[in-house]
Design a protein around this ligand. Structure first.
Ligand code: CDP
Length: 245
C-alpha cells in the first residue's frame, strides 16, 4: 500500500506556511551586462534568470512581420536544475511552457510600435521546485521593463494547488507531487489593479467553487508579487542614480 503523505498538519504546510502564504521571494533587476534587460528571481527554492533582447532586427529575416514586432520566449531548464538530470535541449514540456508564457506576455507588449523587429525573451531555470513557469514569467516581466519595452501593464504569475482538500498558494515540489490539483495563473496588472487572467492551466480535479476560490487566492498572491516586482525595478534605478552622483 502506498504510504499516505500528510501535507497539512494543524493548519500549517510542511514548510510551516499557512495556506495563503507565498514562499520567500527575491527579485533583482538588471543583472546581466550583455542583455538589454534582465532579472534574477527566487521563489522559494526556484532560481531563475531572465534575459531580454530587443526590439532588434529579426534573425532569420523571413520571420519579420511588417506590421508589428515578433515576440519569442524560450523557457529552458538547466540539466542541474532538477533532481534527476534533465536532458539538455527542448522537450514537449518546455515547448508548451514557452508557448503559453509567450502568449501571456505578447498580450501586453505594444508590438505595433516596432514593425519588422523581434523581442526575444530567454528564461533559464537554474533550480526548480514547482512553479518554475510562474517564477520565469515574473522574472521575464521585470526584465522586459528593465529593457524599456513599452507595455500596457505587467504580468504577474503564481500557482494555486489543492492539497489534503485545502487550496494553497504557491505550491512547493512536495505539494505539487502529492496534491490533488495544480493551477498556475498569470494576471495582467495595469495601474496597480488586476485587469484580467493572461494564463490559466490546470492538472488534477477541483470543483467550480474551488476554482473560483483558487482565482481569488492567486489574485492575493499576485498582488504581493507585483509589489516586489515594482520594488525591484525602483531599486535598480535608485542604484543607477547613486552611481552617477
Ligand atoms: O515548474 P512548474 O510547476 O512550472 O512545472 P511542472 O511541469 O508542474 O513541474 C513541477 C516541478 O517538477 C518542477 O518545478 C520541477 O521541480 C519538477 N520537474 C522535474 O523534476 N524534472 C523535470 N524534467 C520537470 C519538472
Amino acid at each position: 500500500m502506498q504510504e499516505e503523505v500528510k501535507l497539512i498538519v494543524d493548519g500549517r504546510r510542511i514548510d510551516g506556511r499557512l495556506p495563503d502564504e507565498l514562499r520567500p521571494i527575491k527579485i533583482e533587476a538588471g543583472v546581466l551586462k550583455n542583455a538589454d534587460g534582465s532579472c534574477y528571481l527566487e521563489m522559494g527554492k526556484n532560481k531563475v534568470m531572465a534575459a531580454v533582447y530587443g526590439p532588434r532586427k529579426v534573425q532569420p529575416k523571413h520571420l519579420a512581420d511588417p506590421t508589428q514586432a515578433i515576440v519569442r520566449y524560450r523557457y529552458n531548464m538547466a540539466p542541474f536544475s532538477v533532481e534527476e538530470r534533465k536532458r539538455p535541449g527542448p522537450d514537449r514540456r518546455s515547448v508548451e511552457i514557452s508557448k503559453v508564457s509567450r502568449e501571456a506576455l505578447e498580450s501586453i507588449i505594444m508590438k505595433e510600435l516596432f514593425p519588422r523587429s523581434s523581442i526575444d525573451i530567454f528564461v533559464e531555470v537554474l533550480q526548480a521546485d514547482a512553479g518554475s513557469r510562474t517564477a520565469c514569467l515574473n522574472a521575464a516581466s521585470v526584465a522586459l521593463v528593465d529593457a524599456g519595452i513599452p507595455m500596457k501593464g505587467i504580468i504577474t504569475s503564481v500557482a494555486v494547488a489543492k492539497v489534503d482538500g485545502v487550496l494553497v498558494l504557491d505550491p512547493m515540489k512536495e505539494e505539487d507531487n502529492y496534491g490533488e490539483a495544480d493551477i498556475p495563473f498569470a494576471f495582467f496588472i495595469r495601474n496597480g489593479k488586476i485587469e484580467s487572467i493572461a494564463l490559466l492551466q490546470m492538472d488534477g480535479r477541483v470543483t467550480k467553487e474551488e476554482l473560483m476560490q483558487a482565482v481569488e487566492l492567486a489574485k492575493k498572491g499576485a498582488m504581493e508579487i507585483y509589489k516586489l516586482q515594482r520594488e525591484a525595478i525602483m531599486r535598480k534605478y535608485r542604484v543607477e542614480e547613486e552611481e552617477e552622483e
